[in-house]
Design a protein around this ligand. Structure first.
Ligand code: NI
Length: 219
């Protein structure tokens, strides 16, 4: 399942983040790419060793973990996060993300867009599917999360600069189809409760949801 979540960051948080990134040190993205991805990766990213961005990175992590839709769709156990920048002429060709990064299995990948879409051309996140490529370019503060199992690329930026936070979650539920089933059940049960209050039906769906999660979760 792929999901778009708007307004993960407030306007103030976005402004603080952009100000911090304007002063941050960006390094060649090839430094962290595997041998094959290195051939197609052409971007800049913040250095993991840069303490100046630690405060904003922590802020983004907290916003993500506090976001109810993100929690229901991703069921994150752990998150890793960095910031990337594509200037004119930069792109990231088709690749699959590493299955294990820094000791953490990557189940869900996400991109949190930080630049105004009008301020740059190109730079769409293209996710490969049997039906063709889907191009994704969102408003600043909006995020797309998708299974890390997908082939994907970032189209070349032809004008301006594209700033984004990119990251991966280790989910309590490894399988994307199982995560989607849990998301649908949880969403339906919450709507049922909002419309009709407590009921036997709500309790039975809640029981099924909790027991499916017990069956599938790896804690
Ligand atoms: Ni990637």
């Amino acid at each position: 399942m792929r999901i778009v979540i708007g307004n993960v960051l407030s306007a103030t948080q976005l402004a603080d983040l952009r100000a911090a990134l304007a002063k941050a040190r960006f390094v060649d993205g090839r430094d962290t790419a595997g041998f094959a991805a290195r051939e197609v990766k052409h971007n800049l990213q913040t250095s993991a060793a840069d303490p100046a961005i630690e405060t904003v990175r922590q802020m983004v992590r907290e916003q993500l973990l506090a976001n109810e839709v993100f929690a229901l769709a991703v069921r994150p156990k752990a998150l890793s996060l960095m910031f990337s920048r594509y200037e004119a002429g930069m792109r990231y060709g088709l690749h699959v993300d590493d299955a294990i990064m820094g000791g953490m299995r990557s189940d869900v990948a996400f991109t949190l867009f930080l630049s105004e879409p009008e301020s740059y051309d190109g730079g769409e996140l293209m996710i490969d599917s049997a039906a063709g490529d889907d191009a994704i370019k969102l408003a600043p503060g909006a995020l797309v999360a998708y299974p890390a199992t997908s082939l994907h690329r970032v189209a070349e930026v032809t004008r301006g600069a594209r700033l984004a936070a990119v990251g991966w979650a280790r989910s309590f539920v490894r399988d994307a189809a199982q995560r989607e089933l849990l998301f649908d059940l949880d969403t339906a049960r919450r709507t049922l409760f909002a419309q009709h209050g407590p009921s036997r039906e709500f309790d039975l769906i809640s029981k099924s949801l909790a027991n499916l999660l017990r069956m599938w979760a790896e804690d």
